[in-house]
Design a protein. Sequence first.
Length: 579
Amino acid sequence: MAALGLALGMPLVVLSATGDELEHPGIAAALRFAWIVLYAGIGLWFASRRRYRLVGLVMTGLSLVAAIQSLDALPGDVPYTIARLTLLPVVPLSLFLILCLPEVRRVRARIGLPVLLTAPVLAGLSLLYLVFAETAPWAPLGADCRGSCAASAVQVADVPWAARSILVVMAVLTMGVMAVGTYGLYRSLRTATPITARTVKPILWFTIIWSAPLYPGLVVLAADPGPGQLTPFLVLSGLIRAALPLLLLGVVIAQAVRTSAVGEELMSRLADATDPAQVQAAIAAVLRDPSVRLAFADGAGWIDVDGRPMPETADDRGWIAMSLGGGRAGALSFDPGLHTQEERVQAMAALGSVALERARAEAELRAVRRRLVSVADEERQRIERSLHDGAQQRLVGMAVRMAEARDTLTTRPGDAVALLRELGLDVQEALHELRHLSHGLYPPVLVDHGLPEALRSAARHSPVPVDLDLGDVGRLDPLHEAAVYFCCAEALQNVAKHGGPDAAPELRLWREGDVVAFEVRDEGGGFVVGTLRPGSGLMGMRDRVEDAGGTLAIDSAPGLGTRVRGRIPGPPAPRSAAH
């Protein structure tokens, strides 16, 4: 249609400027050129965009209508009649063009069809008027004829009262359709979300400004005006209508300009975001949409950043899925007015996903660091207590005995032998206690003989008998061996402390390909696992295993005993690394 409008309209524009039919050929040619080219060129631009394809189709159609209106540059009654039939239908067609914007699609659903059907009705009434009148009192701007003017090619009789009645009906119908369209846009603005309102408001103001000269002109038309009385209204209304494509183009380009800048702005805002609430606030600020909400999959439903349930979809909300790390699902809920800015919202969702993963990783890293510091502090305090209560007290006693032996050698040499023998026993006990304390840090048997022997040694020192089933898993990386050993040792200590006399603990160790698995189970009192408390022994066990790349599961319930089961990568280590 754009090509047809240009092909038909451009020769007629040239003819308007050079012919003898029009009173003001230069003005007529300039305005017709602007109408045809603006509507055709901008219409093609809109048609190339999927969401605005309907806008482009109607706009290029209006460029063809503008070309048909230029037929009055040709001599004869037939071109004159065809040109006059298309002038008043332009009003509802231009209004329908406004309603084709996606932001006002609900208004189009209610009144779009009646507005569109008004155009052929006005064309039919224009034809009927020319049946009963010689000339039409309406004409495009600058279309006043020079000399002898063309007349209606379809007039069959001169019936002034019939023509007057038709004029009144046409004026009332045109004013009515403008009023309905303006009121529909006003209602849409009142109920619009902030995003949609930014598009609807300038369109509503354009319609009101367009109506300002149009309504008085239609009143004058209904009063059967004389020559030249409609000219001021036609001038203003024609100029305003020519600006409509530029207005719609400006609205869409403004959205595109905002879209091009949001990436850098969002990345700047997300640089300091450390939790989902801050990520949500950053996206809402960049999109200028305070209703933005982040959602996270939680079982069969969705929750927001505060943990409250929220619906997955709603008629008045937009929804875009987000892919988060670890197989988790997320989504971005937003103002439906942003549906027309799909690329913009998708860019926000992608950047938000990255920011959420970074915030989650940083939070987990901080939590791990806090736990490691807490575990290190607890281990240091345990060593201090062990040294104070054991080796330190024994060494103090040895110092006292050595002083006593020195005095005895001087006064009673015979008794000194017995004291030195007791002092030697104390030295052996002190060495034993220091060796036992060092085993708690990294048992020599683990370094020298590997996991099975180290676990047998731990079971022998357990206060309760342990049933062992230890397979030959070979030597592992020292980090992996230490993780398995200390996890099993901690589990056996928990059985001794809390399992009760009938706990009957079992310790198993076996290999499954490149994975080493272990299990400590008992038939004791059990407990409610719940959320592992940072700094607790159970959290320390899990941290050790996960730091080595493994997994740990703790299952327990009151009266049903406890099972600690872990799996850890176990490819054989080089001999130098194992030792």
